[in-house]
Design a protein around this ligand. Structure first.
Ligand SMILES: NC(=O)c1ccc[n+]([C@@H]2O[C@H](COP(=O)([O-])OP(=O)(O)OC[C@H]3O[C@@H](n4cnc5c(N)ncnc54)[C@H](O)[C@@H]3O)[C@@H](O)[C@H]2O)c1
Length: 420
């Protein structure tokens, strides 16, 4: 029987899957107010009753059009911008907004704009986020926060100088299973998470995203995988709060001439890193642009008491395993310790936590409405957003160092800290 899991793209046979498990975890009675905790609200603002509105400017009509600003009860889309006219029109249409500017640089002069969503190309994020903050605007930026250590320093300095809110829109942070992982971690269900794995696999970009409609190379041409690390690092840093302190990384390339001359001087399609955390834990991250795999952004957390696995592109749904001491036999008759595993029925966090008009789901496992609402809620309540400047740099900078390691044949390198 082919069934569609609640989360993820993969399909699997329930009968095959349940062959070993025999168990399906019932959805636990889950407390609400976990994702947007009331106790974290400085002013304790009741969002349902607050009439305060954040006036957003949205820049970048590609992925920047995939959010839900117009549906958040406490947000007004004041203006939009893209260099490209068609994309400007697209943004105006999606967000039902009749004010547009030809560039971010013009939009940030608008005194009615409180905050800007920066969804331009990755190499420009710091230039654009810094310009917004210098113009007095709060910022939510697309990932990655930056692509060099110098940019990380500039971004942190601008945020510190202005004191404005900066958030990075990391979609993996709001995968439903990642939300559950944070909850299980806070409740101590994992025991010690002694090892984590994360992968971001995205093949075929060279065919659709490396050139624009005029045939010119885009910023994605030859982008080193580890300069786009946040869809993986978020699975550990965004769950346990650990910091990645050291890294060894190896890259793979095939010498394809279509990489020749790329701006990053990058020879690698794929990179795999082993990080060490500030708790001494290993964390394996693999980011692949070319090869035989199913596209995915997923994490798996190994704990001393319990482990959790996001759905895999190879057909398994979300799974929980419990450490156990049940002895079984393998096919050759040898004794083998077995741990029980269960399908994890992923809760519908969106219905439990988001304002009713934002229950529409979205790409990236439905992460966009959460990112939208978190930024607005943080501003209304004058609190830090979940993925603030320090978190954003803790997700992004380790990848920059990992890429340096891969260019040096896998030498172990220290990751600088951008915490306070
Ligand atoms: N899962 C995720 O979190 C996810 C998914 C897709 C893309 N992204 C990120 O979102 C960002 C946008 O992605 P995309 O695929 O739409 O990229 P893109 O290159 O297609 O679009 C960027 C847009 O920004 C516009 N732009 C650039 N400079 C501008 C300026 N000064 N003023 C106004 N507009 C300007 C460009 O005209 C372009 O339309 C990227 O940084 C990417 O890394 C994140």
């Amino acid at each position: 029987m082919r069934i569609k899991p609640e989360s993820g793209e993969c399909k699997y046979s329930r009968r095959e899957f349940l062959h070993h498990s025999g168990l399906v975890l019932a959805v636990a009675a889950l407390a609400s107010n976990f994702v947007f905790p009331k106790e974290s609200r400085a002013g304790g603002v009741n969002m349902e009753k607050s009439s305060k509105k954040i006036r957003m400017g949205i820049v970048g009509g590609g992925f920047g059009a995939a959010f839900h600003w117009h549906l958040d009860p406490n947000c007004i889309v004041e203006a939009v911008s893209d260099l490209n006219e068609d994309r400007r029109k697209h943004l105006m249409n999606v967000y039902k907004c009749n004010k547009s500017y030809n560039s971010l640089e013009e939009l940030i002069k608008d005194k009615d704009v409180d905050a800007v969503a920066v969804f331009t190309g990755a190499p420009d994020h710091v230039k654009h986020a810094v310009a917004c903050m210098n113009a007095g605007k709060h910022v939510i930026s697309a990932v990655p926060a930056c692509i060099s250590i110098e940019q990380a320093e500039q971004l942190l300095a601008a945020q510190k100088k202005t004191g404005l809110t900066y958030m990075m829109a990391e979609t993996s942070y709001y995968h439903p299973v990642t939300i559950s992982a944070r909850k299980f971690f806070k409740e101590g269900k994992f025991g010690d998470i002694y090892y984590t794995e994360a992968e971001y696999h995205h093949a075929g970009m060279e065919y659709v995203l490396w050139k624009d409609e005029n045939g010119n190379h885009t910023w994605r041409w030859g982008l080193p995988p580890m300069l786009y690390p946040t869809h993986t690092t978020a699975f550990l840093v965004g769950v346990t709060g650990e910091r990645l302190t050291e890294v060894t990384c190896m890259g793979w390339g095939d010498g394809d001439p279509i990489m020749d001359g790329n701006l990053y001087k990058n020879p690698f399609w794929n990179e795999t890193a082993m990080f060490k955390t500030d708790k001494g834990h290993p964390f394996r991250v693999s980011i692949n642009w070319r090869g035989a795999f199913g596209g995915c952004e997923r994490g798996q957390w190994y704990g001393s008491k319990m482990s959790l696995f996001e759905p895999s592109a190879n057909g398994t749904p979300a799974v929980i395993r419990h450490a156990g001491h049940k002895m079984g036999q393998d096919s050759a008759g040898f004794a083998r310790e077995e741990s029980e595993f269960e399908e994890y029925k992923v809760p519908n966090w969106a219905e439990m936590e988001l304002p009713e008009p934002m229950h529409m789901g979205g790409g990236h496992e439905g992460a966009e409405p959460f990112l939208t609402h978190e930024f607005i809620e943080a501003l209304i309540n004058n609190r830090k957003p979940t993925v603030d400047i320090h978190e954003a740099l803790a997700y992004t900078v380790p990848g920059i160092i990992a890429h340096q390691s891969s260019l040096k044949g896998g030498v172990m390198l220290k990751v600088p800290s951008f915490d306070k």
